[in-house]
Write a new protein. Structure first.
Length: 307
């Protein structure tokens, strides 16, 4: 199985590196600067589950000259169009495209470009960062991948991906309902991003305020209502987990979107919260808190564009 991973940042580099470490035929599509780092130092991962330092095969723009069995996308949503252009030569009639992106909005674009039959469902959980020196630092015990056919059926291609990841330290799950998994993650992510970006604060700092817990739980209720309207109300266990994570006293937990804002970077506001607000409009679900958060993020983007 030949695998092309688009991106060798925290997500692509970590999971791609684990698959390569397990003996898979893995290549990375990267920008020129990253290709130079990888050629000089190899792929470097620092993790409690085992460090990696190994040479890897890379492609940059215009260099892809073959079709791959699996193409894994790990880009940010604002790079989706250019990412699809980049991987197009690698996608053949029998290729599988596996997005490990935040949210759900990307599936429509991928289906339109490559055909829904080639796009499988996927999501990941990882706490890691890419340093300026090009090293990937795994920050805690979290590193999981969930894959599954979006129609719910079992398939050899998803089984092959799961079998490969099972040879690594990564926690892997073959899901019979990847849409449900995607909505459960989106509910947590949307609530976390809305709260921590609006307040410019961690969960713990928000919980230390007079109205913090009430506001966060109201945001969570909005997101749960949207998932339910889409036919994917989170399970009681998922709701309990979200409530615990989002209301933990003293927690340093923040959305990566807040860290992007604090660094003056691009954000996935429309891809995450824009999608949720639009879903509410279509379903007739009121989302006052999410609308405020969406407006806040769009105002940040307007100000950023002027500087």
């Amino acid at each position: 199985m030949k695998i092309l991973v688009l991106g060798a940042g925290a997500v692509g580099g970590y999971f791609g590196g684990r698959m390569a470490e397990a003996g898979a035929d893995v290549s990375f599509f990267v920008r020129e600067r990253r290709a130079g780092q990888l050629a000089k130092d190899g792929l470097v991962v620092k993790s409690a589950f085992g460090d990696i330092q190994m040479p890897v095969k890379t492609y940059t723009d215009g260099q892809v000259d073959q079709v791959f069995d699996v193409v894994v996308l790990t880009n940010k949503s604002y790079d989706l169009d250019s990412s699809m252009d980049a991987i197009a030569p690698a996608v053949g009639p029998n290729s599988a495209v596996l997005p490990l992106l935040n949210g759900l909005a990307h599936y429509d674009a991928l289906d339109a470009r490559f055909g829904a039959e080639r796009v499988i469902g996927g999501l990941c959980h990882l706490a890691a960062t890419l340093t300026g020196e090009g090293e990937i630092h795994h920050l805690n015990q979290l590193h999981s991948v969930t894959v599954g056919e979006r129609g719910g059926e079992t398939s050899p291609r998803c089984q092959s991906i799961a079998d490969l990841l099972a040879k690594t330290p990564v926690h892997v799950r073959l899901s019979p309902d990847i849409a449900q998994d995607g909505w459960e993650k989106l509910v947590l992510l949307s609530t976390l991003a809305s709260a921590t970006c609006l307040m410019r604060a961690s969960v713990g700092d928000i919980m230390a305020t007079d109205e913090g817990e009430t506001i966060v739980l109201e945001l969570l209720d909005e997101c749960i209502a949207l998932a339910e309207a889409a036919g994917h109300r989170p399970s009681p266990k998922a709701i309990e987990t979200a409530q615990k994570l989002l209301t933990e006293r003293g927690s340093a937990f923040t959305a990566s979107m807040l860290r992007d804002i604090e660094n003056g970077g691009l954000i996935e506001g429309d891809h995450i919260l824009g999608y949720m607000v639009a879903s509410g409009s279509e379903a007739g679900v009121q989302t006052p808190g999410l609308r405020i958060a969406k407006c806040h993020l769009q105002a940040y983007e307007q100000r950023r564009a002027r500087t």
